[in-house]
Design a protein around this ligand. Structure first.
Ligand code: PNS
Length: 183
């Protein structure tokens, strides 16, 4: 069975990559499809995003990276895919994703949307969060692959990030904090 994993991926994050890895174990083939969206002002061009994703998924032989425009279900039909793969991070995603899945079902009854729950460690992570942290000089090294972190730092005109507050503040050892506990 072939699955399409559509998205903006501006940029791809470790959360997306986790989903691609898990999808590649479930489906014969996963096609990561970057939407060519003329209405958005992305940080990276479609070509840059394709290169970034290809570099990050080169260890997965059944993953292909492509771009598309127009309706996702039309692209899925052209690629003879039966599944649209999407990740769910939280209830807030569910509302939007359910609407999208229902809309897509009205456009093609042949194509099913399959949701994978995002791994716990990435449940807060989005491309927007990554861009916001980098824009204000924070480290994104724990959120995206190293080559993409470098691309992002360059976009925001700094070659290395400032240290994140958590790694610069002195946090007192737990035992020295007195906590009033309920009996
Ligand atoms: O990464 P994103 O921005 O959440 O991805 C959204 C995407 C690209 C999957 C969605 O916007 C999409 O499928 N757009 C293509 C147009 C389309 O098919 N619209 C009908 C479904 S709402």
């Amino acid at each position: 069975m072939i699955a399409i994993y559509p998205g903006s991926f501006d940029p791809i994050t470790l959360g997306h990559l986790d989903l691609i890895g898990r999808g590649s174990r479930l489906f014969e083939r996963v096609i990561v499809a970057v939407l060519r969206n003329p209405n958005k002002m992305p940080l990276f061009s479609v070509q840059q995003r394709l290169d970034q994703i290809r570099h990050s998924t080169q260890h997965l032989p059944n993953v292909e990276v492509d771009s598309f425009d127009g309706l996702t279900v039309n692209y899925a039909q052209i690629r003879q895919a039966q599944v649209l793969l999407r990740g769910l991070r939280a209830v807030s995603d569910f509302e939007v994703e359910l609407q999208m899945a229902h809309t897509n079902k009205t456009l093609s009854t042949q194509i099913e949307t399959v949701f994978l729950a995002t791994s716990n460690e990435y449940s807060f992570l989005s491309s927007s969060v990554v861009k916001e942290i980098a824009r204000f000089g924070g480290s994104i090294d724990h959120l995206v692959p190293p080559h993409i972190a470098l691309d992002i730092y360059q976009c925001y005109n700094h070659n290395s990030p400032m240290l994140n507050p958590i790694s610069t503040e002195t946090i007192p050892p737990l035992k020295s904090i007195s906590v009033d506990r309920e009996p």
